[in-house]
Design a protein around this ligand. Structure first.
Ligand SMILES: Cc1cc2nc3c(=O)[nH]c(=O)nc-3n(C[C@H](O)[C@H](O)[C@H](O)COP(=O)(O)OP(=O)(O)OC[C@H]3O[C@@H](n4cnc5c(N)ncnc54)[C@H](O)[C@@H]3O)c2cc1C
Length: 397
């Protein structure tokens, strides 16, 4: 069932985008909050697993949508896509929030382990919630509104630690994402926009599930959680300048699975190695999706690079050194990996790779370079910049 909703190829993502474009205006705006269930049609695009791995990019999606709709008509959809960019940019400037989340997933010190097990197994008796657990486990996906209700019930009705809920999502979502997931859970809990929580109510759930669920006994108030002050924001990492001439190996990770822009930028790329390391993905659903997506990228790259492409499952220093030696290069070019397990692993191996005389060059997409610096405050301030940046980019497309 896992793959039935999301066949892991770029071709499917493009097809899905083509089908979605005509309804990106009022149909989306009016219907996007309704969750009619996993087997029913949805007004949303269901593009997130592809976007998460950048098998299709925010830029491609917005460009296609704005070719057929005015920005005004598709404003809501464009803003939703930009939420992903915003969360990425925000976390990029506050990596300690990710580290803090990782460190706070402590199951052992939980007073009521049964309550956690009941929630994770869908045995709470709360109408809707138990079905969402099953849906998530079976399909690897939940509608955005269901994710909000789920997180709110987890935190304020079941009174379970938010970080364990976020961890549960990461272990089951195909689109599992350090930024969107961690920061959305923090937002529901009242940590992200300090003091502002999200309370799931019976009426709202009944209305937007079209009466499928009318849960009783939900928390009536959502008092914001608190935490120790966050570290100040840090500037975006400055990347070293590009070397366009030296022969290089392209490293593809599950953070960016449409690296074709690098082939255009760097004719000096001689070969590619694609690595999806099971240790760096939390759940079977995300792993299965990314591993198949790796095969999909390999097919495209083999055509472009005369078959000089390898696919492996270990992201460590020796694998990178061996791959560079095998193709006779001492430079590795890779799409920038934002805060998350791949970036952490690449940071860990950097010294050993450098000692072997191999340079790793990170290339950030222009989209991220333009938007991320504005993700310093709340989304409202960020959103104000969208039309100007998009207009500038759209003219150049
Ligand atoms: C508690 C919680 C956890 C979440 N965890 C993740 C996660 O791990 N990975 C993930 O990709 N998304 C996450 N989201 C965001 C959102 O729920 C999904 O991206 C969305 O459900 C995807 O469905 P869609 O593609 O049909 O969305 P559409 O409505 O069609 O939106 C188009 C695209 O916009 C982006 N988008 C839409 N809504 C949001 C949002 N609220 N936040 C950020 N981006 C958004 C997504 O890239 C999405 O594919 C989470 C939201 C919540 C409330």
């Amino acid at each position: 069932m896992i793959h039935s909703l999301f066949p892991p190829t770029r071709e499917v993502a493009l097809e899905r985008l083509r089908d979605f474009v005509p309804s990106a205006g009022s149909h989306y705006t009016q219907g996007r909050n309704t969750d009619a269930g996993p087997d029913a049609p949805s007004a949303t695009s269901r593009l997130s697993p592809y976007l998460r791995r950048r098998m299709i990019t925010e830029e491609e999606i917005i460009s296609a949508v704005l070719s057929a709709n005015s920005l005004q008509a598709a404003e809501k959809f464009v803003q939703e896509v930009l939420w992903r960019t915003y969360w990425k940019g925000w976390l990029e400037q506050r990596p300690s929030v990710w580290a803090r989340f990782l460190a706070s997933r402590d199951r052992e010190s939980l007073a009521d382990a049964t309550a956690l097990a009941d929630a994770e197994e869908g045995r709470t008796g709360i109408d809707g919630f138990d079905d969402w657990v099953r849906e998530l486990r079976e399909t690897g996906y939940l509608h955005n509104h269901a994710r909000m209700w789920f997180a709110s019930i987890w935190i304020f009705t079941l009174r379970l630690p938010w970080a364990l809920g976020a961890d549960f999502f990461l272990r089951h979502l195909i689109d599992a994402d350090p930024a969107s997931n961690t920061l959305s859970w923090r937002w529901v809990a009242g940590l992200q926009t300090v003091g502002k929580t999200y309370l799931a109510t019976q009426d709202n759930i009944a209305r937007y599930t079209q009466g499928r669920y009318v849960p009783r006994g939900l928390a009536r108030e959502a008092i914001a959680l608190t935490e120790a002050p966050l570290e100040p924001a840090q500037p975006l990492r400055v990347l070293t300048s590009h070397d366009l001439a030296t022969p290089a190996l392209l490293l593809v990770t599950d953070e960016d699975m449409y690296p074709d822009f690098l082939l255009t930028d760097r004719p000096s790329i001689r070969a590619a190695t694609i690595i999806v390391d099971p240790d760096l993905l939390w759940g079977d659903a995300a792993l299965a999706f990314a591993a198949s997506a790796a095969d999909d990228v390999a097919v495209r790259l083999r055509g472009a690079l005369d078959d000089r492409v390898t696919v492996t499952r270990r992201l460590d220093a020796q694998t990178l050194i061996n791959a560079a030696h095998a193709f006779g290069v001492d430079r590795i070019v890779t799409a920038y990996a934002p805060v998350g397990p791949v970036a952490d692993r690449l940071a860990d191996v950097a010294t050993a790779v450098a000692k072997a005389g191999i340079v790793i060059e990170w290339v950030r997409r222009d989209w991220d370079t333009r938007f991320w610096p504005h993700a310093t405050k709340g989304f409202f301030a960020f959103k104000e910049r969208i039309p100007t940046i998009l207009l500038h980019r759209h003219r150049r497309l």
